[in-house]
Design a protein around this ligand. Structure first.
Ligand SMILES: [Ca+2]
Length: 405
């Protein structure tokens, strides 16, 4: 149980108004606030989030081991990944006991394992299911994407269609979210490879986020067969990998598409502080590790710079860290008060954060829905309700319903 301290929150809010955000976000002068889960923002008019109590929560499924991602099939069945390496199916509200066969072998250690599941936009015709996972050993591993044809019980003709350019060591920062764009290309987020002291080519591996030749710390854009779209932003740059779509990311764990406004949203983990919500555009640099509101886990400064010309500032940052996970953009008519908002899972805060936006995509308000377990994924279901996966040994699928009027 977390004990919320209203005094700390009010002090932080006061300084946020008086002094601006940089003071607060570098403010380890308030170390006791690190467990408070409060928020500092780019937009100083956005206050500390309020807790929403009137959202009905129903447990749909229990007994999922470290579930990571959900995808719905056109017939209403749900596919759910479990990080140790199983793909499960839920039909008519029942979790089938036998896992889907044909899933590639995964490197399931620390943050790694079987992660995203996503279906092709034309699944009804081609039955293609996409999976991301970590592959390899503790000394040499990388994020891969495979796709296979789903026959209802197994994946057939499974092929690896993408893997990260360089192998890394350890079990951190695989990224792995997928979204589909209207042209049937996909975006795939890849983490920076891990924290110090992990190195690559004689320097900290996190510096790869600024190396356009590397997939680490990037969003890549791919065709549905893993080939490179001809209109990717760096295809004509001899010093860049043509798959790169955006860069300077630490570890994106939430990716969502707002179809009405053609906007890509992402959430990424900072280290100690500096978790970010970004409005992501092709070819842009999101700054890591040159600019950040986060610090080393030791408390040391990573950089004094929070912002730099040519690098895109986050729409909001969360310091102390909330550990954002799956991200949904809500565009159903079912719950009018949720329309046009983002919903972000939070591993550390054990909440779903309802993030309200204005027409320009600026954050205007934040509320939290307390889930009480680590939240790994949040999705809008075909019924227009929100579905949440909890990152527990006995993880749950929880449905969130319309606030009582
Ligand atoms: Ca950034």
């Amino acid at each position: 149980m977390k004990v919320r301290n209203p005094f700390i929150k009010s002090v932080r809010a006061y300084f946020a108004v008086i002094l601006g955000t940089a003071i607060i976000t570098t403010g380890c002068s308030l170390p006791q606030a690190s467990s408070q889960g409060s928020t500092t923002t780019q937009n100083t008019n956005v206050s500390t989030p309020t807790a929403t109590k009137n959202v009905k929560q129903s447990v749909v499924i229990e007994g999922l081991e470290r579930p990571w991602s959900i995808a719905w099939l056109p017939d209403g069945a749900m596919l759910i990944t479990e990080r140790p390496g199983r793909l499960r199916v839920v039909r008519n509200g029942v979790l089938e006991t036998t896992a889907i066969t044909g899933v590639p072998e995964v490197f399931a250690q620390n943050q790694g394992g079987l992660m995203e599941v996503s279906i092709h936009p034309r699944f009804a015709e081609n039955r293609l299911v996409y999976l991301t996972y970590s592959h390899g050993t503790n000394n040499a591993n990388r994020t891969r994407m495979a796709r296979g044809i789903f026959d209802g019980k197994s994946l057939k003709d499974v092929r690896v269609i993408f893997e990260v350019s360089q192998a890394k060591s350890g079990g951190q920062h695989f990224g792995s979210r997928i979204i589909w764009l209207p042209d049937n290309t996909m975006l795939l987020a890849i983490g920076d490879g891990g924290n110090p002291p992990i190195q690559l080519d004689g320097q900290l591996i996190r510096n790869q986020a600024q190396n356009l030749r590397s997939h680490l710390g990037k969003i890549v854009r791919l065709n549905d067969d893993g080939s490179i779209p001809k209109d990717n932003p760096f295809v004509n740059n001899a010093n860049a990998d043509p798959a790169v779509w955006s860069y300077g990311h630490r570890n994106i764990q939430g990716l969502a598409f707002d179809a009405a406004n053609n906007r890509v949203w992402s959430t990424e983990h900072g280290p100690r502080g500096g978790d970010e919500l970004n409005l992501v555009k092709a070819g842009q640099n999101y700054g890591w590790p040159i600019v950040t509101y986060g610090r080393e886990y030791s408390g040391e400064e990573i950089t004094k710079e929070r912002s730099r010309p040519g690098m895109v500032d986050p729409k909001i940052h969360w310091t102390p860290s909330t550990a954002p996970s799956g991200l949904a953009f809500y565009d159903s008519n079912r719950v009018p008060s949720w329309q046009g908002s983002l919903f972000s899972g939070e591993l550390v805060d054990r909440t779903v954060r309802h993030i309200e936006l204005d027409a320009q995509g600026n954050v205007t308000n934040q509320r939290t829905i307390d889930i009480g377990q680590r939240v790994r994924d949040v999705r809008q279901g075909p019924d227009g309700l929100l579905y949440v996966l909890t990152d527990e040994q006995d993880g749950r699928l929880i449905r969130l319903e319309e606030p009582a009027s």
